[in-house]
Structures are given as C-alpha cells and as structure tokens.
Design a protein around this ligand. Structure first.
Ligand code: SPQ
Length: 428
C-alpha cells in the first residue's frame, strides 16, 4: 500500500485558495443535465473520482458528455431518452452516485446492474430500495437488496407519501428523482432538514417542487430545460483548511467562493461556538449562495453538537473531532450514528486514528467524546480508503511533534485531487 510522509509541526498556514467545486452539486449537475432537454454547461465542476463515476454511468446510459477539467457539456436526453446499459454501472466509491442513480433508473423501462468498490459493498441500500419498490420499481441484490450488486428494472411508477426513517439527502433525492417520473404526487417528510441541492437544482432546470417545513411535494411529467450551472466551492473540502488555520499558530487562510447553503453551514456555527476567529463574506449566488471564508489561529473551547445540527455538518465531523482535540474542555458529538454507514464507520476510524496521534477521544453508540487540549504526537495512520479520514489526518499532522506517515493517501482523490498541492502552497 502507498504511504505518504506528511508535513508536520509547521510554523504557520497563510494564503488564499479556492477549494474545488462542491461534490454533491457536481453529481446533481450531471444527472439533471442528462434528464433535461437540450444542452447543459457546468463550470467549476469537481473532477474528483466520485463525480467522474457519475459521468461514466451516464455515458453508459447513452448520454453524450464532454468533460475537460472543471468544464462539462452534457447533451440532455430527457426523461425518456436514456438507453439500457450493456455493462454493469460502476459507481466506484460513490454513495451519492448509486443512491441517486437508483431513483433515476426506477422510472426507466429497462434493466441495469449497479456495483462499486469494497466500501460501497458494505453501505446500506434498503433505505433507498424500499421506497422505490413501493413506487413500483423491481430491485434485487445481496441480502434482499440491502447490499450491492443491485439489479433494477424500472417502469411505470406511482407517487407515494413517504416518511424518511433517517435524515438523508441521498434517500430524499432518490425518491424525488423517482417522483419526477411517477404518476401523481410524491410527498416526502424528512425527520430533519438535509442538504437541499436537488430541490434547488430542479428549479434551476425550470422544474417545480414545493416545500413546506420538512414536507416536500413533487409531481411527475415535468419538462426540464438544459441550463448553465456554476458549481460553488465545496464547504466540506474548505472545512479541512478552516480547521487547519484555527489549530495552527500564526495562521490566516482565506477560502474563496465557498458554497454557503444553510443546509451545509453547520461547521461555521460550531466553529463560532467554539470561539474560532472566523469571518464570512456572503456573495449573492445563482441557485446556491456562496462567499469567502477567512479563518485565523484561534483559542478554542469545547461544545456539544447534536440534534438537527448533525445533518448540516455530517461530513465535517471527522475534522471537527480533530478541532475538538485542540479545544479547552470536553466536546460531545451525539445523534450522529449515520457516521457508521459512510465510506468507513467514521465513529470508529476517527477515534482509532486520532488515538494513534495521542488524542483523548472515546467513541460512543452515536458519536464521540473528545477531551482537549492535547498535544499530538507522530505515528503511522491510515485513511482506510476514506477521503475525509485521509484529509483529517493530514491536517492533524500539521500540529504533531513527530513524523506522521499516512497509508493510502490516494483515497483523497475522491473529492479533493489538489488537496496536497493546496496544503503545500499554504504552509509558510
Ligand atoms: O457520496 P458519498 O460516498 O455518500 O459521500 C459522503 C462524503 O463524505 O463525501 C458521505 F460519505 O457525502 C454524502 C453525505 O454524507 C453526500 C450526500 C449527497 O450528496 O446527497 C449526502 C450525505 O449522505 P446521506 O446518506 O446523509 O444522504
């Protein structure tokens, strides 16, 4: 396995960077572009491995897509123009790809097989499969459709009323995508608000979707028109440098054009509650709000993170746990059992890897308890093939006293291929 020696014990982090495009929005721009009539152009697309998996799946469904770096041009086929794939659709490491694709394929009158890597093979799918079956799709797979490979034969769907058992934007989006192809109305009730990029993008493509509190309504038989999508920077990628600037000495990092959709900005609220020196300059955004975020070295204190804040920072919890190791007092993270079914069990991987570096961190059934402030030491750590764990550990290494070796750093390419270039640029 490849191992990378990480920069440690640095003097300061200073400079301005633009993090790559948002992963969730990049996936959705390809999907809606394919389902629209006419051409869609996407700028600041994230050319990370996950979003490239989405592109290759749509090419297999007969959609013509040209991608060069951050620019993508999609020749939309409309809801009725996709064609049966000849080979297995390979979603790679991407949960978003497989779950949203299932929603799209549920309304298509052909069959397809979906599979991904060894991490995808462990992630639960009945959360999406059950409502899609209820709507009329035929889906099978390992353990009655809980695990990949999954086969799906879509067809005429009926709208449903579905109360989501877990707060999940992927499940919500899959049902919305099926609802757009169903007869009648589909009503979805969320236990807590989750990222609403799908809902916003439907409107950008000229479609209709209603929202009333936690209830979402969508109807079938809509026509989407190709458009231009500008993807803002990914706050989940920016989070690593936000935390890095806060925990290192003499630091000031400016992150330009970061997506500031309120369903994603939980980390900013938590950093403020912990006493971080953070300022936000919000620009107006078309479809999605965005702005610049500046973070400086900070004196931090512990906090409690729970309840409806969790879905608004779910992917940032690994790096928030690192932040908490440098905060005075106890930080408690609860109501976050969804972390167990991400690319890895992120409760266990975060606790185990940070312990190797000397953190005082205890995993619980639904979160983590971290006691700060602890100085971190060197060691050999691993990403476990999880991009967010790999990046969190690279940020932790910045404040360790000994050498840190990171096993499987390549996992980071899933969402942030230029991560190490940006890190090297900021180290002064
Ligand atoms: O796509 P994938 O692998 O599920 O990616 C992750 C990530 O850390 O990048 C989760 F592991 O992000 C999810 C996120 O946790 C992306 C996402 C989306 O784009 O809709 C929603 C969240 O997942 P969920 O299960 O809560 O809906």
């Amino acid at each position: 396995m490849k191992t990378k020696r990480l920069p440690t014990n640095i003097q300061s982090l200073r400079g301005t960077i633009a993090v790559p495009g948002d992963k969730s929005i990049s996936h959705r721009s390809i999907m809606f572009g394919a389902l629209a009539e006419g051409v869609t152009e996407v700028t600041n697309f994230l050319p990370g491995a996950d979003c490239l998996s989405t592109i290759s799946c749509f090419k297999q469904l007969g959609v013509s897509i040209e991608q060069e770096g951050q620019l993508v041009r999609i020749e939309g086929k409309g809801f009725n123009g996709l064609t049966e794939p000849r080979e297995v659709l390979d979603v790679g490491n991407s949960g978003t790809t497989i779950r949203l694709m299932l929603g799209i394929l549920a309304g298509q009158v052909f069959s397809a097989v979906l599979a991904g890597d060894s991490s995808i093979a462990k992630r639960p799918m009945t959360r999406v499969v059950n409502p899609l079956r209820e709507m009329g799709a035929l889906i099978d797979g390992r353990k009655d459709g809980e695990y990949t490979p999954l086969s799906i034969r879509g067809g005429q769907l009926q709208g449903v009323r579905y109360q989501l058992p877990v707060a999940s934007a992927q499940v919500k989006s899959a049902i919305i995508l099926a609802g757009l192809q169903a007869e009648g109305e589909t009503i979805i009730v969320e236990p807590e608000a989750t990222r609403d990029h799908t809902e916003r993008m439907i409107q950008q493509f000229g479609g209709k979707i209603e929202k009333d509190g936690q209830t979402i309504k969508v109807s079938g038989n809509q026509l989407f028109k190709g458009t231009t999508i500008h993807v803002p920077g990914d706050i989940s990628s920016a989070a690593f440098f936000m935390v890095a600037a806060a925990i290192t000495k003499n630091s000031e990092v400016v992150l330009k054009n970061v997506g500031l959709n309120p369903t994603r900005t939980g980390i900013i609220e938590v950093m403020k509650a912990m006493g971080a020196d953070i300022t936000v300059d919000l620009h107006s955004g078309e479809g999605e709000p965005a702005g610049d975020v500046t973070v400086r070295s900070s004196q931090l204190k512990g906090t409690t993170i729970s309840g409806d804040l969790i879905p608004r920072l779910i992917d940032e919890i690994p790096v928030i746990a690192l932040l908490a190791t440098q905060a005075e007092g106890i930080t408690t993270i609860k109501d976050a059992s969804e972390l167990k079914v991400k690319e890895t069990n992120r409760i266990d991987t975060v606790a185990n890897e940070l312990k190797i570096l000397g953190a005082d961190i205890t995993p619980t059934a639904d979160g983590l308890i971290i006691s700060g402030r602890k100085s971190l030491q060197g060691g050999t750590v691993t990403s476990h093939g999880d991009h967010r764990i790999g990046m969190m550990l690279a940020i932790a290494a910045l404040i360790t006293n000994g050498d840190v070796q990171l096993e499987d750093p390549g996992a980071i390419d899933v969402s942030y291929p230029e991560f190490f270039d940006h890190l090297t640029y900021l180290i002064k």
